[in-house]
Design a protein around this ligand. Structure first.
Ligand code: ADP
Ligand code: MG
Length: 620
């Protein structure tokens, strides 16, 4: 860093006006963080110009070339120098910063790009007879010259950050920058399904190409959006998502939200657009979590693409130089709308979701309030209906109360034979195991109540604590696979795993490259026992995506261990013998933090006899 130099004669620091080139470079620092931010600004300009087809060509991760070509309304030759002037824009007149209908409004992108790269704009305005071009190198602008172009605008940015080598050093590998550019294109492609997007990598052989074509056949927004989301996020998402279309006060929410069964291990598939602008907002992540809280555990993240539209006056977009954040005038209403619209849509799709947790069931275990009619039916068999001859009680219940089926198909629970009385164990905090029900819950008797343990969640926690302890001591031991398991992933995913292969090896997971996009798993962490290597790798990937690169190494390893623990745990559905159950309970008592699973859910609940009596109306 340069020190402020005191004036030699007086020793007083001197304040001086920076020149335009310095001002532009400083501003560029905020707007253009990396190639993907340049791509974003240029694509937004094309969309603002009403383009219906946008082509993005990049080379070397965007470091040597970014070229965005559009068929929008273009720029008049005489206006080209203004496009490169700071704070010059055609999108607002400056009188009302809260009435913005375009992506751009700051008039900063092009001058910033011209300050940090070699920028050429070639354009032909709709009403112009000829095209023209202008260049800006390192902040110096050349005069406008005639050019050849039939329509629209081509903006070419070469050698980004060539003038600021310090900035260059902060860029990541071409692969990482390409990944980020791809994400930028996907995001904007979701926002406008009626525009075609083509992303090409022209470095080397020019292999990579991603195309999102607008389907001109249908004018229906939801149809077009579903098709676009299928192209961007995969057919799976589109097939498993429900349509959202709801209004509250000034807000209108549309989009698609995935069924709980189609959830992810991180928030990578959550997209929010406010008035068409992709934004990252904590409010959104929290609202999604709340909307799915009945259906998903905390470690699963719903996938959703939502568009929140509101009069521009209700939201301030001028809070972030890259315009990726917004501030709502009424965040409560926005949040409430997202939660209620999603809950409603998910409830309607209830039969499609296979892994719902009936909140009524949980409600029944809380002393108050008791608003669970299904439970009453359960307590008083025969009171409300006739059981058809020859059917089981369970089938009859299901026929009578369709919702009851959601409680799980295994209503005819297996109850293990009673263990003999064990007064010694009953005095322990988690009591003596008495039964296993639904092949996942251990029911134990304590001195003054009962304990119900989620065996999977509990075991997961125990495995995690064990892994952590082993890791701290001497590294997690690995178990070699007899035959290496070959897992096929996308090329970028495979590379992301190989990048951290060394760290993974220390926690017992040994992987090797096995051809493009393919990985050979040679060893898995021994404490996990037999695991599905592919599922394990995918979870590790999700974890990597979630935490980014900034996380502390230790925190990341913990997070990966926690993920791994899920794989080594007793799955629900496994029968346990009485001794095994008691061993688990004792293990839990001896292990710190075992009362909650790795994701903050309880591993057991306790019902005091008094509560049970209240439940049956024996007590007030
Ligand atoms: P802003 O988008 O905030 O107005 P920019 O620096 O990105 O600022 O662009 C400056 C001006 O150049 C825009 O207001 C617009 O008039 C013009 N412009 C930029 N890109 C294009 C394009 N692809 N097509 C037509 N006009 C454009
Ligand atoms: Mg712009």
């Amino acid at each position: 860093m340069t020190q402020v130099r005191p004036n030699i004669s007086t020793g007083q620091p001197e304040i001086r006006q920076l020149d335009d080139s310095a001002i532009n470079r400083i501003a560029a620092g905020e707007v253009v963080e990396r190639p993907a931010s340049a791509v974003k600004e240029l694509m937004e300009n094309a969309l603002d110009a009403g383009a219906t087809r946008i082509e993005i060509a990049v080379a070397d991760g965007g470091k040597t070339l970014i070229r965005v070509t559009d068929d929008g309304h273009g720029i008049l030759p005489a206006q080209l120098p203004l496009a490169l002037a700071r704070h010059a824009t055609s999108k607002i007149d400056g009188s009302d910063l809260l009435n913005i209908h375009s992506f751009g409004f700051r008039g900063e992108a092009l001058p910033s790009l011209g300050a940090v790269g070699r920028l050429t704009i070639t354009s032909r305005a709709k009403e112009a007879s000829e095209a023209a071009m202008i260049r800006c190198y390192g902040g110096r602008t050349d005069p406008v010259r005639p050019a050849a172009l039939s329509r629209g605008t081509v903006v070419e940015l070469r050698d980004l950050f060539h003038a600021t080598p310090a900035r260059l050093k902060f860029l990541r590998t071409d692969r990482a920058e390409n990944q980020s550019i791809g994400e930028t294109v996907r995001r904007l492609a979701m926002a406008d399904p009626f525009v075609s997007f083509i992303l090409r990598d022209v470095s080397g052989g020019g292999e990579g190409r991603v195309t999102f074509r607008a389907d001109a056949e249908t004018g229906d927004l939801f149809e077009a959006l579903r098709a676009r989301l299928a192209a961007v996020l995969g057919r799976d998402f589109a097939d498993n998502a429900v349509k959202i279309d709801a209004e509250r006060e000034a807000f209108h929410l549309t989009g698609y939200a995935a069924l709980p069964t189609y959830s992810r291990g991180s928030s990578v598939a959550q997209y929010l657009f406010v008035n068409g602008r992709p934004v990252t907002d904590k409010l959104f992540v929290g609202a999604l979590r709340a909307a799915y809280s009945d259906f998903l555990s905390r470690d699963r993240y719903p996938a959703a693409v939502l568009f929140l539209n509101v009069q521009p006056q209700m939201v301030d977009v001028n809070v972030h130089p890259a315009k990726s954040e917004v501030r709502f005038r009424d965040p409560g209403t926005a949040r409430g709308l997202i939660i209620s619209a999603l809950r409603h849509a998910l409830a309607e799709a209830g039969h499609r979701a296979s892994s719902t947790v009936a909140s009524a069931t949980l409600g029944a275990f809380r002393p108050e309030p008791m608003d669970a009619p299904r439970i009453y039916q359960m307590d008083r068999p025969g009171a409300g209906f006739q059981r058809p001859a020859g059917t089981t009680l369970a089938a009859a219940y299901q026929a009578q109360a369709p919702g009851f089926a959601e409680l799980g198909p295994a209503w005819s629970a297996r109850v293990e034979p009673m263990a003999e009385a064990t007064p010694d164990l009953e005095r322990l905090p988690l009591g003596a195991a008495r039964a296993q029900v639904h092949e996942n819950y251990i029911v134990a008797q304590t001195a003054d109540g009962i304990v119900i343990v989620d065996q999977h969640a509990a075991h997961e926690r125990l495995v995690y604590e064990r892994l952590k302890a082993q890791m701290a001591e001497k590294g997690v031991p690995a178990q070699a696979l007899l035959i290496p398991e070959i897992v096929t992933l996308s090329e970028s995913d495979a590379q992301r795993l190989l990048d951290v292969a060394e760290a993974l090896h220390r926690i017992g997971l040994t992987i090797e490259p096995f051809g493009p996009g393919t990985i050979a798993v040679r060893e898995t962490p021994a404490p996990l026992g037999e695991v599905n290597a592919e599922a394990l790798l995918k979870d590790v990937l999700d974890e990597l995506a979630d935490e980014g690169d900034s996380q502390m190494v230790q925190a990341r390893i913990d997070a990966i261990l926690s993920r791994m623990a899920c794989h080594g745990s007793i799955r629900s559905g496994r029968r346990m013998r009485s001794e095994e159950m008691n061993a688990l309970l004792r293990d839990m008592e001896a292990t710190p933090h075992s009362g909650q699973c790795n994701h903050g859910r309880p591993t057991y609940v306790e019902l005091k006899l008094a509560d049970i009596e209240r439940l049956f109306g024996r007590r007030g």
